[in-house]
Design a protein around this ligand. Structure first.
Ligand code: SF4
Length: 329
């Protein structure tokens, strides 16, 4: 049985936040200097959740946070996921989203354990700007070393996600284009979504897909590349064929119609959409000794309530019940 919502969308992509802790304090994400707010479950509990979702047709599992590389037992968790098979009998597509600070040390062990892809969140490609954003010294060099270690470990192509905010880091568009060409990483620009702690989001602060393409053309024109419907990023190559960028445009060009994602938070709550205002407490069910059958029925009921789409920028838009750092992306 494949999980499908009432709009006919097949749910094949599970994102599990395995910690709420982070070793960065990015100014637009964790502005409050507060620590973790939500608890963590045991790795064995996340693995049980993943196993049950895989039995319901999940083919991709992405581990997120906070910062997932902080979590002890991560390599063993990836190895266990590597042993699972999809309903079609294929290995899972296992990915991690990380800030890259600890990646240089962990890239090879994670690749050996079965990790297939890594995405590094990075919002500037000059050390000063990077330090101002993350409020962590010397982070840029460590992240660059992590990206290169991931490529050597075969986690190629490494994707680098950059959230753009007007007047904050939009001067990084062309430097990131150069970075993509020189480092051989796929840089993906993400339109800023109202999921930050300070609630500073306005439509004016968003750098849209069209604007990114236009501004990058001042450096070198882009050619759009075919992309599959469930992919969130529109893909582009530079006209000389060197380097690829992607643009994830949930604000100006929403892709909810093909959404295949479901999320589990670090404390075991199911979120059927990034912008969910309600959650489904799977952890409580597990704590009460639920069987696999009871968890499957609970998950199906949650998916039956999956939101059709987000309502960013619309009258009556209700902010998500959690900010991004507590969801995990
Ligand atoms: S906003 Fe919600 S429905 Fe839309 S793509 Fe994201 S998770 Fe899916």
């Amino acid at each position: 049985m494949h999980l499908t919502d009432k709009f006919g969308r097949r749910i094949s992509d599970l994102r599990i936040s395995i910690t709420d802790r982070c070793n960065y304090k990015c100014v637009y994400c964790r502005s409050g200097n507060d620590g973790p707010q939500f608890s963590e479950m045991d790795i064995a509990e996340y693995l049980r959740i993943a196993r049950i979702f895989v039995e319901l047709g999940i083919t991709k599992v992405r581990l997120t946070g906070g910062e997932p590389l902080l979590r002890k037992g991560l390599v063993e968790m990836v190895r266990e996921l590597g042993g699972m098979r999809t309903l079609e009998g294929r290995p899972l597509d296992i990915a991690i989203t990380t800030n890259g600070h600890l990646l240089a040390e962990l890239a090879q062990p994670l690749a050996d354990a079965g990790l297939t892809r890594v995405t590094v969140s990075m919002d500037a490609v000059d050390p000063e700007h990077f330090a101002r954003i993350t409020r962590v010294p010397n982070g840029y060099e460590r992240v660059l070393a992590g990206i290169r270690a991931a490529q050597r470990a075969g986690l190629h192509p490494v994707k680098v996600n950059c959230v753009l905010l007007r007047g904050f880091n939009d001067d990084q568009i062309i430097p990131f284009g150069v970075f993509a060409r020189e480092e051989g990483a796929i840089v993906r620009f993400i339109e800023f979504m109202p999921l930050e702690e300070d609630r500073v989001w306005t439509p004016e602060i968003v750098i849209t897909l069209d604007e990114i393409v236009r501004r990058m053309a001042a450096f070198m024109p882009l050619r759009e590349v075919e992309h599959s419907r469930s992919e969130t990023a529109r893909r582009y190559r530079f006209e000389d064929g060197v380097g690829e960028i992607g643009i994830i445009a949930p604000v100006s060009q929403p892709f909810c119609g093909h959404c295949s994602r479901i999320r589990v938070t670090s404390d075991g709550k199911i979120r059927t959409c990034l912008f969910s205002v309600r959650e489904h407490d799977l952890a409580a069910l597990m704590l009460n000794g639920a069987s696999d059958e009871e968890m499957i029925a609970f998950i199906q009921r949650a998916v039956d309530q999956k939101e059709e789409r987000h309502h960013i920028g619309e009258a009556g838009f209700i902010p998500a019940s959690r900010t991004m750092v507590h969801i995990g992306g």
